[in-house]
Design a protein around this ligand. Structure first.
Ligand code: GLN
Length: 313
């Protein structure tokens, strides 16, 4: 069934998947995480969810992949709900970096010493420390429950291979986290905080889940279809602003010009996009450019945005 306002049908989406498929083989999968090395490149999927919760999808939209950095949006929202913006922005900034997502360089040189924003690794790790809960398990469970509510599904589970792989090899994130502990941005136990961060990155989703989350953001925090208010509208606004300025790291400027939709990418090749007051989009294409963004996924979003003139600018 096409989504009524835009007459989006799965045939539309399928033809764009075919158009963009050649890009799925360009780029490389995120081999710095050993468990992601074996992911096939030839995958491309998309789902779009409108504000009534109606979904159209095409390609590999059922393919399961890990949230990776896309989780940063949800944990930010939860920390904002838990503590409000004043407390959150005492620990992380609001500015884009122009640096890679795992960069360490500005942590020491900027004063006060805090991560520039919550969409880079250092900022997201700091935000994990802020989530309410007595133990790491309890904090993580609150994050999972929150993601499930936003995605309207009970089926979000952990990919333990990806989690273990990052726990074993993520030395740079460990370095970022210990630095943040030293400057009092992380207040809790560093290893607990890293555990929460790596677990949220290893949650498995599909394009449908991302499309639904994108639609909830587009709907100012109300669940598409049933109207339940899960997140305050002003926190959704903050999240979407970060998605525009920092969602594709040091590729955010080009994405804003070519696509113009608030979006957040992850190194599994997923992208969560949210067209304010219209719909949410989820895409997957595991082969990445050198900034860690899905090459085919970005092309597909560009195609969709241009067709319906969705740029917010
Ligand atoms: N888990 C990944 C990391 O910490 C997330 C990075 C990403 O998706 N850009 O390196």
């Amino acid at each position: 069934m096409p989504l009524p306002d835009f007459e989006i049908s799965s045939q539309h989406l399928q033809s764009w998947i075919e158009e963009c498929f050649s890009f799925a083989r360009r780029g490389e999968v995120a081999s710095y995480i050993p468990a992601l090395r074996s992911v096939p490149k030839g995958i491309l999927g998309v789902a779009i969810c409108d504000l009534n919760g109606e979904i159209v999808e095409a390609g590999d939209s059922d393919y399961n992949f890990t949230l990776q950095s896309i989780s940063k949006v949800m944990t930010l929202l939860l920390a904002l709900e838990d503590h409000g913006p004043y407390a959150v922005f005492k620990r992380v900034g609001m500015e884009p970096t122009g640096d890679p997502f795992n960069s360490i360089v500005k942590l020491e040189t900027l004063k006060p010493s805090k991560p520039l924003n919550p969409m880079i690794n250092a900022g997201a790790i700091a935000v994990c420390d802020l989530v309410n809960g007595r133990t790491a398990d309890e904090k993580f469970q609150r994050i999972v429950d929150f993601v499930k509510r936003l995605a309207n599904t009970s089926e979000i589970i952990l990919d333990s291979d990806v989690y273990n792989s990052e726990m074993d090899t993520g030395h740079r994130n460990r370095a970022l986290a210990y630095f943040l502990k030293d400057v009092d941005v992380i207040r809790g136990d560093v290893e607990d905080t890293l555990e929460i961060y790596y677990r949220q990155c290893a949650l498995k989703v599909t394009c449908r889940d991302l499309a639904f989350i994108g639609a909830a953001l587009a709907n100012d925090g109300q669940v598409p279809g049933n109207g339940e208010q899960i997140v305050k509208p002003e926190y959704c606004r903050i999240a979407k602003a970060f998605m525009v300025t920092c969602g594709l790291y040091d590729g955010s400027g080009e994405f804003a010009i070519k696509v113009g939709i608030p979006a957040k990418s992850g190194v599994s090749g997923g992208i969560l996009a949210s067209v304010p007051h219209e719909f949410g989009i989820g895409v997957i294409g595991p082969a990445l450019d050198d900034k860690g963004n899905s090459i085919a996924g970005v092309k597909l979003l560009e195609r969709i945005s241009n067709h319906w003139n969705l740029s917010i600018f």
